[in-house]
Write a protein that binds this ligand. Structure first.
Ligand code: PMP
Length: 352
């Protein structure tokens, strides 16, 4: 897609929510780490789909459904290209990062891990990439190993390497921290994990909108992210998994749409991504996500990166100049997220 050099003002104009004011001032929105606002193209695509094109997918016998299926397939291809997966069979649509991780825990962890196996997470994981592994560890008597970060919020690679051994079955780490902004050294993490035969899951919820993600170059086994943090709709996200893993994995849920053949006593399941998409899929929001990716791809990434780092540097300098403010998370490689505490004031009150 052609990248148009756009200014911040031009990009901002594409977001209808910023047409409104808060009192007399233009609306300011700083909570993009939690979720992002939506450009008109995404809102219009979803609205038009419901108004003019809506019918369920995978019912090949009538035109509306065929078209819907084509859009759904095209959305999967858009995601495939975006993360450079080898095949659309490796792109599973889910509700979001949380569901993707739970899917891997249920469909890969539960059947294939056994008592004594080890899972490594970091001490700054989002609950979405901690609780599912903690619960699975309790259920199967696995060892949940927590690897530390230094005072700046950087993963301590040597400490991580010390925790890898032949019992390590999975390394589940964030690509970018939602609290501290730290970018983890994922290439080195993955290489060391693979050297002991462990698989790697990367939580890309905070990375996908800041870094170029190429799952083949990374050689990660699982990569997960949410559409709503990438200017797309809520309720749609992506699990990338290597095809060989998806083939051996058990279905996450069973029911319609994911079956090949059903008899009274037996069921055979579809292959590839569809095996993990039981029930009527959220195809409208998948198409909305593809539109969000098109929007994202239309902006020059260098322009975006420069603007973000200028904002980060400005905010860091200004906050650092206040003697009663301490910034938490000062990794040398970080995205534009700032956490801070203020002497004598509860963070909740500062936020208010
Ligand atoms: N991981 C990280 C790093 C996140 O920032 C978030 C959302 N704050 C999640 C996982 C969970 O994402 P979701 O709520 O969309 O499932």
């Amino acid at each position: 897609m052609k990248r148009t050099p756009a200014t911040v003002a031009e990009i901002r104009k594409q977001f209808p929510i910023f047409d409104q004011k808060e009192g007399t001032r233009p609306l300011v929105y700083l909570d993009n780490g939690a979720t992002t606002q939506k450009p008109s193209s995404v809102i219009d695509r979803i609205t038009n789909f419901y108004r003019h094109e809506y019918a369920t997918v995978h019912r090949g016998v009538y035109a509306l459904s065929q078209k819907s299926t084509e859009y759904y397939d095209a959305a999967r291809e858009t995601v495939r290209q975006f993360i450079n997966a080898a095949s659309t069979e490796e792109v599973v649509f889910v509700r979001g990062t949380t569901e993707a991780i739970n899917l891997v825990a249920a469909s890969y962890g539960r059947p294939f891990f056994k008592a004594g196996d080890e899972i490594i997470v970091s001490e700054i994981e989002h609950h979405a990439n901690f609780v599912p592994w903690q619960q699975l560890a309790k259920e199967l008597c696995l060892k949940l190993v927590v690897t530390p970060v230094n005072d700046s919020g950087e993963l301590i690679l040597d400490e991580y390497k010390k925790r890898l051994n032949s019992n390590t079955k999975l390394v589940a780490l964030t690509h970018v921290s939602n609290v501290l902004g730290s970018i983890f050294p994922v290439k080195a993490i993955i290489e060391s994990a693979h050297a002991v035969g462990a698989k790697v899951l990367l939580d890309g919820a905070q990375a996908i909108q800041h870094l170029k993600v190429d799952v083949q170059a990374l050689d990660c086994d699982f990569y997960v992210f949410s559409g709503h943090k990438l200017y797309g709709p809520t309720g749609i996200g992506v699990l990338y998994a290597k095809e060989a893993l998806l083939t051996m994995m058990h279905p996450y849920q069973t029911g319609g749409d994911m079956i090949e053949r059903v008899t009274i006593t037996e069921t055979t399941f579809s292959r590839g991504a569809i095996k993990f998409e039981a029930g009527t899929p959220n195809f409208v929001d998948a198409v909305g996500l593809a539109t969000a990716i098109d929007f994202f791809n239309s902006i020059d990434p260098t322009y975006l990166a420069n603007h973000e780092s200028a904002l980060l540097n400005y905010a860091t300098d200004r906050l650092s100049s206040e003697s009663d403010i301490r910034i938490i998370g000062t990794a040398a490689k970080k995205i534009a997220v700032i956490s801070f505490v203020m002497d004598g004031i509860h963070p909740h009150d500062v936020g208010t």
